[in-house]
Write a protein that binds this ligand. Structure first.
Ligand code: S3P
Length: 440
């Protein structure tokens, strides 16, 4: 299966499924309320269910544009999937084919959407007309099929999914209703086969309480996205986004390989670099490393504050984030010329490749990783102000920001230390033993 991107979010094999939270609201004011709830959730993508506007009589090109602009303003970092779910497939829209095409075009031309859901049962979709029109506008297509009455056999699901894939879809989606536990198994069986045979990333859901397991364990069987609510649910069986995120993280934690025992020789008197999310204990572990071994602790944030004569929140608000990031880059270059340091980076330092390259010139990067709830508990006790979390000091937002950073962090890391159960002293000992500086 290939990996595709929707607005920078990757969907594909061997990753945690993406969480998509739907906005189901019939007016702009309600849309605002719903979007604000999603802002503090771990949802990677937001789905705008425009059919809810049809329910209140407000569906037209202008309201679609205004609604999407509102969503973009409230949720700047989250890609938008546009959906006009028709009554036949469990939604609220009652539109002809020409109206369906008109609304889809208005959404695409708004410039605010990244992907669009297109119902395969519509002639304008299965003919390939609308998918190719969307592709020409650089919008990803999710071809979908819903059956709210029954679950077809695994073979039927697979055959239908392959037909949708052959239409040139970026993602294919099927959601069906189970009547028995074996219907849930049919969905998982179809997933397992598609995981091995289908090139196109897919989403397969068994709806209602009876199928709820598919929303949580679907990823293990190849499904790349799961819908979860922040506020109102949009389909039977949906769990809330925070619960889904916690369950997904627990599953992926259990299935990740055990922490590797690694050994690395620090070249000469190279530097130890500690990276990772806010609240993972980079500074306090650096202090302990300095206490146990002959390394000088360097706290990047503190040096930047001293040099600028301003606090970090002041730098962010008065000079802007880019100015702060440039100061970090300059400091990384300076520190790479020194030796025998244990460098505590800021939570965003490893996100710039040039910083990583500089720090690695004469250092080994240890990534400290913790769960969002650990980070939240630690940050709530800290007096340090974090502008990146201002107004969003909650688990959902922390998990979302962590996921945004995950790929950059892991590609920068020479080694990863899971710190949920470690004190700063324990983290220091792990690092020093990994670096061959104290015996195991
Ligand atoms: C930041 C983390 C902070 C500090 C700044 C930005 C980030 O460092 O550099 O507020 O983008 O994660 P800590 O990780 O030490 O909190």
């Amino acid at each position: 299966m290939k990996t595709i991107e929707i607005g920078g979010v990757k969907l594909g094999p061997d990753r945690m499924p993406v969480i998509c939270a739907p906005i189901t609201a019939g007016s702009i004011v309600e849309i605002m309320h719903h979007a604000e709830k999603i802002a503090d959730s771990p949802a990677d993508i937001v789905e705008f269910r425009a059919d809810w506007l049809d329910d209140t009589g407000f569906l037209n090109s202008n309201t679609v544009d205004a609604a999407l602009r509102t969503i973009r303003n409230i949720l700047p970092g989250r890609p938008v999937l546009f959906t006009l779910r028709t009554m036949k497939e469990g939604g609220k829209a009652d539109v002809r084919d020409d109206e369906y095409v008109e609304i889809a075009e208005a959404a695409a031309d708004s410039g605010y959407i990244d992907a669009i859901d297109l119902e395969f049962s519509r002639e304008c979709v299965s003919s390939g007309l609308l998918p190719s029109l969307m592709r020409s506008k650089d919008i990803r297509t999710v071809l979908s099929f819903h059956d709210f009455t029954r679950t077809p056999s695994a073979d039927e699901i697979i055959a239908h999914m392959n037909e949708m894939a052959s239409c040139g879809a970026d993602v294919i989606k099927t959601a069906v209703m189970p009547q028995s536990d074996s219907d849930l198994l049919s969905v998982l069986t179809a997933s397992e086969q598609l995981k091995r045979t289908c090139e196109t990333p897919f989403i397969l859901i068994s709806m209602s309480g009876q199928g709820v397991l598919s929303r949580v364990c679907g990823g293990q069987f190849g499904s790349v996205l799961t819908f979860a609510s922040a506020g109102r649910t949009s389909a039977p069986g949906q769990l809330d986004a925070d619960t889904t995120d916690m369950m997904l993280r627990a599953l992926y934690r259990a299935s990740r390989p055990p922490q590797k025992k690694f050994k690395m020789e620090l070249t000469g008197r190279g530097n130890i670099v500690l990276g990772g999310f806010m609240g993972t204990g980079k500074s306090s572990s650096a202090e302990k490393i300095a206490l146990y071994a002959d390394f000088k602790p360097v706290e990047m944030d503190q040096i930047i504050e001293e040099k600028a004569g301003m606090t970090i929140p002041e730098i962010f608000s008065e000079l802007g984030e880019k100015a702060f990031r440039d100061m970090e880059t300059k400091l990384c270059r300076e520190l790479s010329e020194e030796s025998g340091l244990v460098i505590s980076t800021g939570g965003g330092t490893l996100l710039r490749q040039e910083n990583v390259d500089a720090l690695k010139k004469n250092g080994v990067v240890f990534l400290l990783e913790a769960e969002p709830e650990t980070v939240l508990a630690r940050l709530e006790k800290s007096s340090v102000k974090r502008p990146k979390l201002e107004g969003h000091m909650n688990r959902g937002y922390i998990s979302w920001l962590m996921k945004q950073r995950y790929d950059a962090y892991t590609s920068a890391a020479d080694a990863v230390i899971y710190v949920d159960d470690l004190t700063p002293g324990g983290t220091a000992v792990r690092i020093l033993s990994a670096a061959g500086l104290i015996p195991d």
